[in-house]
Design a protein around this ligand. Structure first.
Ligand SMILES: [Zn+2]
Length: 142
């Protein structure tokens, strides 16, 4: 037989190589421990990792729309809203658009609600005023 590590020729039942001192294949086989490998159970951690991992990325895109508006942005916004027809278009765009900043979006929604209330109020008030005028005219004419 030959040594497995250095190739030196050895007697058949040698336990160690005389040249390099390595144990021979025969003694390894004889002294080898019974092949008992503990049953490798799959690690249960993967289940927990899957529960917690996907929660984070969903917050990231929303955070960008949460940033406070600067003073310049507010000034620009009020200038744009001073333009008669453009302001209504912009308010609707900001209120219902997906890309608008949340502050701008909420501001636009609040403005739209207030203008709707104001509009209803003026229609009702206008009707009431017209009735008063009608009554006054009627009083004079009849
Ligand atoms: Zn050897």
């Amino acid at each position: 037989m030959f040594c497995e590590s250095c190739g030196n020729q050895l007697p058949e039942n040698a336990k160690f190589c005389t040249a390099c001192g390595a144990t021979t294949g025969r003694t390894q086989a004889e002294t080898a421990q019974p092949a008992y490998t503990p049953p490798s159970s799959p690690p249960p951690q993967t289940a927990y990792i899957h529960n917690t991992a996907p929660a984070q990325p969903s917050y990231a895109p929303a955070a960008a729309l949460d940033t406070p508006l600067g003073v310049g942005q507010y000034i620009g916004m009020f200038f744009l809203l001073a333009v008669p027809i453009l302001n209504i278009v912009l308010l609707f765009k900001w209120a219902f658009g997906k890309s608008a900043n949340l502050n701008k979006k909420n501001f636009a929604r609040a403005s739209l609600i207030l203008s709707a209330i104001a509009l209803i109020f003026w229609i009702l008030a206008g009707g009431a005023i017209m009735e008063i005028f009608d009554g006054m005219m009627g009083g004079y004419y009849y």
